[in-house]
Design a protein around this ligand. Sequence first.
Ligand code: PEP
Ligand code: MN
Length: 305
Amino acid sequence: MSSRGLHPALANGGRPSGGRRARSTAPAPVVVVKRAVPFRMASREAHPQNTVVNAGGVSIGTGALVVIAGPCSVESRRQIREAARHVKAAGATMLRGGAYKPRTSPYDFQGLGRKALEWLAEAGRESGLPVVTEVMSPEDVDLVGQHADLLQVGARNMQNYALLRRLATSPKPVLLKRGPSATIQEWLLAAEYLLSGGNPNVVLCERGIRTFETAMRNTLDLAGVALVKALSHLPVIVDPSHGTGKRALVGPASRAAAAIGADGLLIEVHPHPDLALSDGEQSLNPEEFAAMMRTLRPQAMAAHA
Ligand code: PEP
Ligand code: MN
């Protein structure tokens, strides 16, 4: 029974029976109660209609596919301005770029911090695209919030509760990536920290999970996207760049994500992927991105089906 969300409860609330009055020979009646889902505010039970999150004027969760594109890291003023121009021309709706980078090795490029935030905001203004960037620590939430329209919590920080609690008090919407080893319930409970702490503007992002498979950087859990859309009212977007780790798979995975009902895509695009300081092998160049965007049009999606 418990596998269907139901579990038996004793009529006396599970207290040990004893005393004269409890000494009946009749079996205690069993009452079946529905167990409430633990992610109360993220759940569709609490909120049947889809939530639409406004990020700098872009609505996420309306049914129209939002495409967030740009380099993994902001590397220079020129690089992010060039990236912004290209992704805008190809039809992207938001610009991404990392200023604070969560790298597996402390010897890898860590991001250019405040300077990168300023360049990113400038490129966003110039191109007319709202911007998304990662915030890694509670102390940086105000600063990053001054420059970005959507604050990304990276996969490695999905369960950084101090960061989530701080972001819950930010006026800016949050993009919450799924942890590399997080279950769907853990992911929705992480969202619950933001919602219950006072920030209703949460967008979820599936970016691949760690499985036994090593042929790709991660295993992109697209069925999980459909499940989360059924369980929760929050918008869900897909990151096929980190989800696959391979440039050639970004297009097919993007079309699959759109077909399964994702509200948007987060795609790494670099003016010169071979020169990228991070994630070049999964980044599209501007021409590849433009070609991929054309395949996302409804007629083209049907032709690829
Ligand atoms: C990123 O978006 O560049 C990034 C570091 O993503 P993730 O947290 O999903 O690894
Ligand atoms: Mn990256």
